[in-house]
Design a protein around this ligand. Structure first.
Ligand code: ADP
Length: 361
């Protein structure tokens, strides 16, 4: 069931248009990751969906209520949602009081407060700190206190705005585990914005990519990372190979593209004659000698022209008639004794060769 439906959302601050033409639906029970470059409008969109501020235009329905027509119901709707911000907000008081605060505002009775605070601290693994001063805790723990202050109000939708941007890897993993558990065990719907692509891939069931103030693509993590809808999205999601090419033939579901001096076979129905060939570096296999048997539609002799460390991986650039970057574990490159000038073979199946039109968005 769709619980948030945004259509044609626009937001302007003074003369600055920050969001335009935003269409986005959120399904009950899903984790939706909002990724995009810094400044692309992720936080602004979350604040609008969470009813912290109104859009300048468009339609927004939350829990089936038309929020544009029914402004008087905002407070009720907002109480069914909770937002955690990038910087943990904790007060110079006990952890208990920090978490209880949200409930006192809502006039919940004392014994209910006690029980709910304990449950919320348990959910974030901080029960033993209940009497500690919140400001004495580490940054990661403070963020968990802030999260339990949101959880204590039983939100049906949890909004997380770059929740781990200021945290170390250990604290980040803890927050991710808590969020995944809340979703899996309590069925909580989660919207998380992040500029951390790996976090988006780890956590989200579905990903929306924001580019320059609009949702440029929404789909499964696989679709967004392997079949990006445009050159800009491909660049943002870290695709190493974005090669201009021209369609030379289409036959039996396969498209042949000329990219410089190389013909590459793709399983993408060609969207235009002038395309970008989009290939993730990890989808290309590198061989020391010509494979005796190879299923992949594309198999080319090549020469290594550069090796760049991306520890624990390496980007190996080969010239196979066009430049192609292969991403492989550094250990494997060492085992294969890959070096500049080496003659190698590369192979890649047609289904990993994605095509986008050159004059697309
Ligand atoms: P992101 O979360 O993707 O980094 P933001 O939503 O924070 O992007 O910001 C998008 C753009 O909107 C930025 O150019 C930012 O400076 C601008 N912006 C955000 N909030 C305001 C505001 N309250 N007033 C004016 N400009 C704002």
């Amino acid at each position: 069931m769709v619980i948030i439906e945004a259509r044609d959302i626009r937001k302007v601050y003074g003369n600055l248009e920050v969001l335009h033409d935003v269409d986005l639906s959120v399904e009950e029970g899903e984790i939706l990751g909002l990724i995009g470059p810094s400044g692309s409008g992720k936080s602004t969109l979350l604040r609008i969906l969470d009813l912290i501020e109104p859009p300048s235009g468009g339609e927004l329905s939350v829990f089936g209520t038309d929020t544009v027509a029914e402004r008087s119901r905002w407070l009720d709707l907002r109480r069914r949602m909770g937002m955690l911000f990038q910087r943990p907000i904790v007060f110079n008081a006990s952890v208990y009081d920090n978490v209880a605060m949200g409930l006192r505002y809502r006039g919940v009775s004392g014994s209910d407060i006690d029980r709910k605070v304990k449950e919320a601290l348990d959910a974030v693994g901080l029960s033993r700190y209940i009497k500690s001063r919140a400001t004495d805790l580490s940054g990661g723990e403070q963020q968990r206190v802030a999260l339990s202050r949101v959880l204590v109000t039983d939100p049906e939708i949890l909004f997380l705005d770059e929740p781990t941007a200021n945290l170390d890897p250990g604290s980040t993993a803890t927050i991710e585990r808590i969020v995944a558990d809340l979703n899996r065990e309590a069925g909580m719907t989660v919207l998380i914005s992040t500029h951390d692509l790996a976090q988006g891939q780890r956590l989200a069931h579905r990903i929306a990519v924001m580019i320059e103030g609009t949702v440029a693509q929404a789909g499964s993590p696989h679709a967004v990372f392997h079949e990006p809808g445009s050159r800009k999205i491909a660049g943002f999601v870290g695709v190493q190979n974005i090669i201009p090419g021209r369609i030379v033939s289409r036959q039996g579901g396969l498209t042949t593209v000329a990219a410089k001096d190389r013909r590459i076979i793709s399983a993408t129905p060609s969207p235009a004659d002038e395309v970008f060939v989009v290939i993730r570096g990890e989808d290309v296999s590198l061989h020391r000698r010509e494979p005796g048997y190879e299923e992949a539609e594309n198999l080319f002799p090549a020469k290594v022209t550069a090796i760049e460390s991306m520890a624990p991986f390496v980007n190996v650039t080969v010239d196979c008639g066009c430049d192609l970057v292969v991403l492989m574990p550094a250990r494997r490159a060492e085992a294969l004794e890959i070096h500049v000038g080496m003659e190698v073979w590369v192979s890649l199946p047609a289904k990993v060769v994605h095509l986008v039109p050159q004059n697309g968005p």
